[in-house]
Design a protein around this ligand. Sequence first.
Ligand code: CDP
Ligand code: CDP
Length: 229
Amino acid sequence: DRRLPILAVDGPAGAGKSTVTRRAAQALGLQYLDTGAMYRAVTWWCLENNLDLRDEPAVVEAIAHCQLRLESSDPHQPTRVWINDREVSQAIRSLEVTQRVSQVAALRGVRRLMVRQQRAIGANGGIAAEGRDIGTHVFPEAGLKIFLTASPAERAQRRWQELQQQGQCDLSYEELLAQITARDTADQQRTYAPFRKAADAIEICTDNLGIDEVVSKIVHLYRSRLPQP
Ligand code: CDP
Ligand code: CDP
């Protein structure tokens, strides 16, 4: 079997998953998959169509008819996303979507649809996937599982700086911290594929680590697990 192993990266909001996984994927020649962008895109679609998010059959039915397309060719830019040919790359990062995404992602029918697409993308190995349930549920056979963490204060600080740089200051640091902890809790407490560290995942706390250090740790770990010729 010459297929490259899958790299699975899970962790709470703002731990650096996207930033670090994109770069590790580039260094390792793997395709990058941002599963959070998928949950965000279908959440945006539900809000755009004024669906009642408590009406699970209606939500699942609407999402089942959605065509999602992800593109991440630039390792320094967020994933670009289209839903039914409409680009929603910016829209899926809005406050409204961020506040609602955990509710939509908790629905079993929604997760089934997303996980099926994620497994199809990883069917031939060679991908670096990032999210909340990658190592526990989507790709339990992944060759390397990383659990990326940082303290809530550090994660809120990073998000706040990011928003400042983009000139978006709709939330204070305290509001951001509250939002992040609320989302972590909701993701951990849902019934279907809750957010957990896989038993065989390697935990990296990034509180005192720079992006390059985290990337090189992951790249080394992944290479050390490749079958030796
Ligand atoms: O980047 P950030 O940490 O803000 O979140 P994200 O990775 O974009 O994910 C947004 C939300 O999607 C999470 O809070 C989860 O509710 C959901 N999600 C999930 O349930 N399972 C995944 N594999 C990825 C994301
Ligand atoms: O995907 P996730 O929500 O886990 O986090 P992210 O969006 O990749 O990263 C959040 C912010 O933390 C970004 O602005 C990164 O540049 C920053 N970061 C950092 O400062 N130090 C790290 N070791 C990793 C990320």
